[in-house]
Every structure is written in C-alpha cells, then in structure tokens.
Design a binder for this molecule. Structure first.
Ligand code: ADP
Ligand code: ADP
Length: 226
C-alpha cells in the first residue's frame, strides 16, 4: 500500500517565508496526481516535504499508513525524478540505471536483470552501453526515469521532469510518462506549471496558489469549470 496522506502540512522556511500552509490531500494507492500552479505557489516545497528533502513545519505526512515526518529520504522508499537529468556522465546507461541498486548492495546479476527489465519498458535496450552524452534529451530523461523505476519504489515524485525538453519531445514524453505510470501502477505526484501538461497527464489535478490548495478535481472538471 502506497497511499500518501498530507494532513494539514505547512512549511515555514527559516527566513520566515510561509511556502505551504495547511495543505491536506489524500492520494490513493496507484493514483497519478498533478500539482499545478504559478511559480512560487509551493509545489516544489510540497514535493520536497513528501520526499523528506525539506522538514515539515506542521502537520502529518503518512506514506502507506505510516507517519514519516521524521524519516530520512532513503527510508521513505520513494524515487524522485527532476528536470535536470543528473546522470553520471562517465557511466553508461546501464550503470546509471543500476546505480541505486548498487548502493543498496544488491547482487550484480539481480541488478543486471532489473536494469534490463526497466530498459525494455522504457525502450532503452539499444542504448544500454552508451554514455549520456550520446543520447537525445528524451532518451536521457528516460534513463533518469529508469533509475527511479529500477528500485520499484512505493511512489514516484516528479518535479517538472519534462521542462528542459523542446516542445515536440515534451509532447511525446508526456504520452510515455502516462503510459509508464499506468503500466507500473505506482503512486505518482507530478509537479508542473504547465496547464496543458496538468490537463493531459494525471488522474487528478491539484491547483495550488500562494501555498494553499485552491482546487482539486479531475482534469476534465477543471477544464470545464476553470
Ligand atoms: P514552486 O515550486 O511552486 O515554484 P516553491 O515551493 O519553490 O514554489 O516556493 C514556494 C515559496 O517558498 C516561494 O515564495 C519561494 O520563494 C519560497 N522558498 C522556496 N525555497 C525557499 C527557501 N529555501 N528559503 C526561503 N524561501 C523559500
Ligand atoms: P523552482 O524551479 O522550483 O521554481 P527555484 O528556482 O525557485 O526552484 O529555487 C531553486 C532553489 O532555490 C531551491 O533549492 C529553493 O529551495 C531555493 N529558493 C527558492 N526561493 C528561495 C528564497 N526566497 N530564499 C532562499 N532560497 C530559495
């Protein structure tokens, strides 16, 4: 079970900025939720609190029914995908994707198998022995996603993962992300400031404004009643 519950979560940064104020949200197991809103409304801060990259100032965060406010990021069993690919330039695609498993001291043969499975899903098999410099932007972003999925985490957290891609590739990747999420059925929270992305990608859209949740609904409802 990888239900994620935010119960009146707030974030106050040390300089006094209140970035997130009493945000409550129940994300079902397997659900694909989009956090959308203008720059500075608190999307990244919310995602970072779920990831454990930022402390929670008030409220409770539950993952799979367990309160995780004080758990370190590595103990939350979730994988993060950022807009910058953050791949290791000197490692092959295979080694980049397998790296989290190597850190977890997993057996080499098991790593190999898991990486090859993920590569298949992401259509990266032909590129396993290449280095990131010899890949297109979309391929690199898929490697970054591959590195997240090899761990079979409880949840994916994605922060504007497509915003560095050109417009055409972004549209193609949207379809891929959506397909991948359905195929894996992993609970996903996806941050974007792009309205079109928000309307086309997820099962549910959460509109944030000035640190609060302004609206929650299915993409079509929000589109019909903006
Ligand atoms: P978004 O992801 O929607 O662009 P952020 O979560 O990055 O929004 O930021 C929300 C608010 O918190 C903004 O006003 C931003 O300037 C502020 N903020 C973000 N990080 C910090 C920080 N480390 N210290 C102080 N204020 C911050
Ligand atoms: P985003 O792409 O999410 O909008 P930003 O460019 O706003 O990110 O922020 C990049 C980094 O700067 C983040 O680590 C964020 O926490 C930090 N940051 C953002 N706003 C502030 C702020 N007002 N004071 C201090 N740090 C900030």
């Amino acid at each position: 079970m990888a239900e994620i519950v935010l119960d009146k979560i707030s974030k106050r940064y040390p300089d006094g900025t209140t970035a997130v104020e009493e945000v409550s949200l129940e994300i079902a197991d397997g659900e694909f939720v989009i956090l959308v809103g203008p720059s500075g409304c608190g999307k990244s801060t919310t995602l970072n609190m779920i990831a454990g990259l930022e402390d929670i100032s008030a409220g409770d965060l539950l993952i799979g029914g367990e309160r995780v406010n004080d758990k370190a990021p590595r103990d939350r069993d979730i994988a993060m995908v950022f807009q910058s690919y953050a791949l290791y330039p000197n490692m092959t695609v295979r080694d980049n994707m397998g790296f989290p498993l190597k850190l977890a001291k997993m057996d080499r043969a098991v790593i190999r198998k898991k990486v090859e499975e993920a590569a298949k899903v992401l259509e990266l098999t032909p590129y396993l022995d290449r280095k990131p410099a010899n890949l297109s932007g979309g391929q690199r972003q898929r490697v970054a996603m591959g590195r997240a999925i090899v761990r079979s985490p409880k949840a994916f957290l994605m922060d504007e993962p497509l915003s560095n891609l050109d417009a055409k590739l972004r549209v193609q990747m949207r379809t891929q992300v959506s397909r991948l999420q359905k195929q894996l059925g992993t609970t996903t929270v996806y941050v974007t400031h792009d309205q079109t992305e928000a309307m086309t990608l997820g099962d549910r859209v959460v509109v944030m404004r000035a640190g609060r949740v302004q609206q929650v609904g299915h993409p079509q409802e929000l589109y019909d009643h903006p």
